[in-house]
Design a protein around this ligand. Sequence first.
Ligand SMILES: *Cc1c(COP(=O)(O)O)cnc(C)c1O
Length: 402
Amino acid sequence: MRKRFNGSFTQQDKIPDEGIEAVTAVLQHGRLHRYNVTDGEWGETALFEQEFAHMIGSRYAVAVASGGYALATALRALDVGHGDKVLTNTFTLAPVPGAIASVGAQPIFVEVTEGLKIDLNDLQSKIDKANVLLLSHMRGHICDMDQLMGLCDAAGVRVIEDCAHTLGARWRTVPSGRHGEIGCYSFQTYKHMNSGEGGLLITDNSQIAARTIILSGSYMHYEKHHAAPPPEAFAELKYTTPNVSGRMDNVRAAILRPQLRTLPRRVRHWNDRYSRLVSGLSDLPGLTLVRRSDDEQFVGSSLQFLLLDWPKPNVLEVVDRCRERGVELKWFGADEPAGFTSKYDSWRFAPSEPMPRSDRVLAGLLDMRIPLTFDLADCDLIAEIIRDEVSEVYASLTKARL
Ligand SMILES: *Cc1c(COP(=O)(O)O)cnc(C)c1O
């Protein structure tokens, strides 16, 4: 009998009790809207913003309805609009080009390396084509941020970081999201903090912070923000900045505040599981693991590996065989978008040049979630199943090639 894995790749761990109690308190007093506060009261959302800014080291933070909304708001705050071009990664998820499209702009895609990072040579060659880079640290892979910022600063390109998969991560000692002008986070269920839906932006720039607050739908309640610039910063902007409602509410903020405190522990748990999977999959012919730099203090909440230059039917065979044994792998090389997984050439709202290096990488790229409901023994079993199936398919492939 071949072993089978019976866990769920989509089941997250529970919300901390403290969060459940805080939500109950909000439900009982009924003041769910972030600006619905009594005299002298600070709502959960304002407190969450303040605590988040403190944790990450930013001057300002603005909580919003989703990660995708945070990205679009960041673009608006930098005045990106109709017909503008925005540099971005080919390897990312649909909300990234979606945010660009939502402001009427168009992406200029930058290739991905075999290390799953933005290709800095390709970025250099396209750097004069746009004023903004929307950099996605897709699946937690962080490129050399010193080099990237050097390149963008020299060209006058402003950087927005999409940190949907890097909350809790660092490049050297700097938290992910603190290199660019704006950092964006997502609290959707599959990210590092879970409130079902939710997002947040950070910045040190008071003009950007003020614009973001008004954009997010503050009406004229900007004085009810803690992690915000003083009222003077809003004096002119309140007349010229549109209200594009996408606020966070006090229920979500109440769920999230205790998770700020448990984040470091959860990061360790993810990394323990990630290392266990990596050691189970190392030195396997045909399978390439992604090498990580010592400067990249990543969060191993998912694992990627490459079956580089394999014919597509054989990659698909691995996916199918693993699925039969309970191991869910997502394939970035599929012709049709499915579930959360799609790639740049299926985003027809955001046309692209041919991207041959990305095509090669994505064609062999397999991706797996690591929910914290898995224990280390689960990781051993998952690695064993992937190992078996990859070796068997690879053996038939090399035999056929002889
Ligand atoms: C999840 C995600 C986002 C934001 O998504 P929302 O579902 O809008 O919160 C942005 N970028 C990437 C790479 C993501 O995975």
